[in-house]
Ligand binder design. Sequence first.
Ligand code: PGA
Ligand code: ZN
Length: 352
Amino acid sequence: KAIEKVNTEISKALLGHSSENQNKVDEIMIDLDGTDNKKRLGANAILSVSLGINKANAISKNISLYKNIGDGKTLPIPLMNIINGGVHANNTLRIQEFMIRPDKAKTFKEAVNICFLVIQKLKDLISNKNLSTTVGDEGGFAPTLSNNEDAIELIIESINKAGFEPGKDVSICLDVAANELYKDKKYAINSAQYISSNKTIEYYFNLIKKYPIKSIEDPFFEEDWESWIDFTKSANKDFQIVGDDLFVTNEKRLTHGIKKRAANSILIKPNQIGTLTETIKVINLAHKHNYKTIISHRSGDTEDTFIADLAVATNSSQIKTGSLTRSERVAKYNRLLRIEDELGNSAKIAKV
Ligand code: PGA
Ligand code: ZN
């Protein structure tokens, strides 16, 4: 259906327009769709054309894609999802993503190398426990562990065994994806029993106190603004609180969040919003208000590597694109390694 829309309505509307003018092309598609959330033509159909036009334009100018998207030259720090839970895995872990972030890496190559060494140790630890080392949707392991803390402790042990210091060289980041847990205004983060949102905040603070966790994504349901605001107010200023389902890469929702001081970082998923122009607008708005941007894949993703170039071009601080398995995840890391090579001495890596 998406391809049919591209080959008929969309191509008819765009024929004769220049690929030089990304904003115009995106505007035509937004108007052609005519709905608030691109549900008529579909965000994936529109986005494929939006990104394809930028790529074609870069090729016709014979320049690298990231140079065609923006002026940035910063490699993002990877957030690697190395244990998958929630709806991304067939296990009982309630938190969806357990990630590692090599905070002190001086190059992107070093960042990937550090994560690789930790992942190898994690694999050994999991198989020594006679648990499965098969992977989930985003390429992280999906062992049957009894609770969130078991997964975190296993990751800490792997960081130590790989010769790094947890919380200093490598920190732990979580994506709770609380929308999936939220039922009847209650959360069930820690057990099968639902608990109140106050208790959920308390649970997070206990976790942060006990473990080297530096970032939590989607700790609350997307409409539970109050809990988001409370949590942001009481957390340390340098603790990263990321809105994914909260903001859905949407300018209006981010504007509201900035005004209310909910979260301090935003996950950027181009297909949540549907065009490159709108994606970049949201990134710029976030940066203007000192919100960090984390460019992200989807759990169901393709081998397309556009997000790697997007992260560099926009000087985004981090990228979230799974573990070092499954080629649709590895493709993005490989692209970033090539960009770093190409940039040579002018390459910088982001600070988190
Ligand atoms: P997705 O989730 O399954 O919606 O792509 C990824 C995420 O929550 O970050
Ligand atoms: Zn998320």
